[in-house]
Design a protein around this ligand. Structure first.
Ligand SMILES: Nc1ncnc2c1ncn2[C@@H]1O[C@H](COP(=O)(O)OP(=O)(O)O)[C@@H](O)[C@H]1O
Ligand SMILES: [Mg+2]
Length: 409
């Protein structure tokens, strides 16, 4: 015996729906007349009176973006409830809806037999599924979807530099791709260049969800829901990209970033963070969460001096990270600077020197990480050495001398 909850603002659709199923479907139908979907499954289910519905139908005219997002959350938190989305007759939303977690779709112009056909199929399947679920999984609010114990061995690797255009995104994306081979589906890259982030472009991704979804709404309280907002890249890594609208990124605060990185580090072995140039509030929040920091500079005097200033500033803020890697990127001989010059100005050793290569720039433009596109390229080799330095069998090098050198005395 099924309980069907119809969510709609349209009384005419309610009448049609009830006529179609009345006396022909065992169970009862309850309607909630609201135009906007609530943010979480439990908020939605709390609108129903009496026992839990087995099937929830999202009526015509619901915002598809909100509906899909909520379906993904239902799928994790409330798998015992089956969702149906009423879609326009051209079925343009059908595939996206099924992928998002809806069990079925219903043509909004379907005749009574059509409505009954879909509903009885979904109700039967829902009943079978409920029988198969463990007893404790059914019923009370919040009883399902308890995440596993968060892990505490993860590494949060933050890539930062005072200047733009020095190769942070190139390094962060390749680092994530390389770590994806060490820890497949256990590596995530987060783009914290909230206004002008280009991780999505560098990995040629078209994300359905962005940082905003990850730091607002149901993802905040549930790391498994958060995972549904990540985008999978073929290198077996997840990515969390920036919103397409730069203004949206501005609304994200440092505390939200801190919480996000805490959630992700509880789920993933490696969290790679790309940042905007300089020490904005998001970069500082990331540095506070970092287990490892990769500082990047080009081979130019203003860039190296800028990095020295950044290190001094971090010392003043008591934010000097314990595990530091310094990368000189896009190195070439024509600059008149040597690595020794750079080390002297930085008063710190340089760990990796990544040469300037045509392939590196070409790979960015194609949206294919260099490690995948041209693994034999000279820059790719150095990037691989950087990846290897984070392998689990490598001891974490806590260089006291390095740390002292970084903190201004
Ligand atoms: N080693 C390199 N050789 C050649 N071009 C590079 C190299 N590293 C980065 N680039 C190019 O420099 C530009 C800026 O790099 P990017 O990673 O976006 O810097 P950032 O994130 O610091 O602003 C990109 O077009 C990229 O392809
Ligand atoms: Mg960048």
């Amino acid at each position: 015996m099924s309980r069907v909850l119809l969510f709609t603002a349209d009384p005419e659709y309610d009448t049609r729906f009830r006529k179609a199923v009345h006396g022909r479907l065992p169970g009862e139908v309850q309607t909630v007349f609201e135009a906007a979907l609530p943010a979480t499954p439990d908020q939605l289910l709390s609108r129903s009176v009496g026992t839990m519905p087995t099937v929830v139908v999202f009526g015509p005219g619901m915002d598809p973006h909100v509906a899909m997002r909520l379906a993904g959350v239902f799928d994790i938190q409330r798998p015992e409830v089956s969702l149906v989305l009423v879609v326009p007759s051209d079925m343009s939303l059908a595939v996206a809806a099924l992928r998002a977690g809806f069990r079925d779709v219903l043509d909004q112009d379907a005749d009574p037999d059509g409505i009954l056909g879909v509903l009885s199929r979904v109700c039967d399947a829902a009943e079978s599924r409920r029988r198969a679920l463990p007893q404790g999984a059914l019923g009370g609010v919040g009883s399902y979807g308890v995440p596993a114990e968060p892990r505490d061995d993860s590494r949060v690797i933050v890539v930062t530099s005072p200047k733009g255009g020095v190769g942070k995104t190139t390094i962060a994306t390749n680092l994530a791709v390389g770590l994806g081979a060490i820890a497949p589906m256990n590596t995530v890259i987060v783009d914290l260049d909230v206004q002008f982030g280009d991780v999505a472009a560098a990995l040629r991704l078209a994300p359905d969800h962005s940082l905003t979804d990850a730091v607002t709404g149901p993802a905040v309280d549930d790391a498994l829901v958060l995972k549904t907002f990540l985008t999978v890249h073929p290198a077996s890594i997840y990515a969390l990209c920036t919103p397409t609208n730069p203004a949206e990124g501005d609304l994200i605060g440092a505390a939200q970033i801190t919480h996000l990185l805490d959630q992700l580090s509880g789920q993933f072995q490696y969290v790679v963070v790309d940042t905007a140039p300089g020490m904005g509030e998001h970069a500082l929040a990331a540095l506070e969460a970092a287990t490892d920091t990769v500082f990047v500079t080009g081979m130019d005097v203003p860039g190296v001096r800028g990095l020295r200033k950044e290190l001094d500033l971090l010392g003043e803020l008591d934010l000097v990270p314990e595990n530091v890697t310094v990368v000189v990127n896009a190195a070439d001989r024509s600059t008149g600077l040597s690595v020794q010059d750079i080390e002297a100005t930085l008063r710190a050793p340089v760990d990796h020197v990544v040469p300037r290569t045509r392939m590196a720039a070409y790979a960015t433009n194609r949206g294919e990480p260099l490690l995948q596109h041209a693994p034999k390229d000279k820059a790719a080799r150095q990037l691989r050495a950087l990846v290897t330095s984070f392998a689990p069998d490598r001891p974490i090098v806590r260089r006291g001398i390095h740390r002292k050198a970084l903190v201004r005395s």
